[in-house]
Design a protein around this ligand. Structure first.
Ligand code: ATP
Length: 288
């Protein structure tokens, strides 16, 4: 059973809602016993807002992302998406309609780009379901999206190994943007990057959210980043929601002992770490 009832999305129209989302897996050993990686999880995303999902390793964060992206099927429960005026269960939604609305940025910028393809081809791949574009049109679109993430023509014909980690993560973000989605699932998008590069990517994501009105579901271990980046935070343990609320409320005044433990054990405790300080400086610098 979930420990708390379904949270509201806060300010902003709800663009995605998960209800009683459950995913069980069979335990290894062949005796047909199962465990719940996600157990009746409820949450919603408000348009233009960022919901951070935090919790110890194995708490079900990536499973949640995979269910929202329809990369796995839930055992029970559902995810609904706002499409224009209608709200639709993603179960019956064609992939092309889903991926026009939601895209994902993966954790590892090294592993998630095909090493044999040039950047413009990588950026063109998500467009294959959206009508026939000739080579020139695909390259022009790729370049337009590269520019959105602070890259340009110099990277268009490069292979991934020619780019730095930060540049590769920018390409990943550009690839997520080419179908012009409204929601990005950011699954630990900073954890493979150097601290100074993390700050740049955080600022880029904040700029893109402001300019494009994006909604983020941000999975992270780093509570210092969550504090800067998210509006709301959902704390998970063993597939269940432990606590949910505004970032300041949950991180400054946690109601649950588990959240307090998470805050105390976090290597990125705010203001006490290099990562926290780098982000303080970088995010502060970018503001008005
Ligand atoms: N395909 C699978 N088959 C069996 N068990 C799985 C599968 N995928 C995930 N699990 C289990 O489900 C639980 C939740 O995993 P999940 O990857 O969602 O956690 P997480 O919170 O994202 O962890 P991390 O922070 O380490 O990435 C774990 O116990 C994991 O071992």
């Amino acid at each position: 059973m979930s420990l708390v009832t379904m949270p509201k999305a806060g300010a902003g129209e709800v663009v995605l809602r998960a209800e009683n989302l459950t995913k069980t897996f069979r335990l290894p050993g062949g005796d047909n016993r199962h465990f719940a990686a996600l157990d009746q999880l409820n949450f919603s995303l408000g348009r233009g807002r960022t919901l951070a999902v935090v919790g110890e390793s194995g708490s079900g964060k990536s499973t949640m992302a995979k269910l929202v992206m329809k990369l796995q099927r839930p055992t029970a429960g559902r995810v609904s998406l706002r499409l224009d005026t209608a709200v639709r269960n993603i179960h019956g939604l064609p992939a092309r309609d889903l991926y026009r609305k939601i895209q994902m940025v993966f954790q590892d910028p090294y592993a998630s780009l095909n090493p044999r393809k040039r950047i413009w081809r990588i950026l063109s791949a998500p467009l294959c379901n959206y009508g026939r574009l000739d080579r020139g049109e695909r390259q022009a679109r790729a370049l337009r999206h590269l520019r959105k993430v602070g890259l340009g023509e110099a990277q268009l014909y490069a292979f991934p190994h020619m780019l730095s980690g930060g540049q590769r993560q920018r390409v990943n973000i550009a690839r997520a943007l080419v179908t012009e989605p409204e929601i990005l699932i950011l699954d630990e998008p900073l954890s493979a990057l150097d601290v100074s590069v993390q700050a740049q990517i955080v600022n880029l994501l904040l700029d893109l959210q402001r300019d494009l009105g994006l909604t983020y579901l941000f999975i992270s271990h780093d509570l210092a980043v969550v504090r800067h980046f998210a509006d709301q935070v959902l704390v998970m343990k063993s597939g269940e929601m432990v606590e949910w609320g505004g970032v300041e409320q949950v991180l400054e005044y946690p109601a649950q002992e588990y959240t307090r433990q998470l805050l105390h054990s976090a290597p990125g405790r705010p203001a006490s770490t290099t990562a926290g300080r780098a982000l303080d400086i970088a995010v502060g610098d970018s503001g008005p």
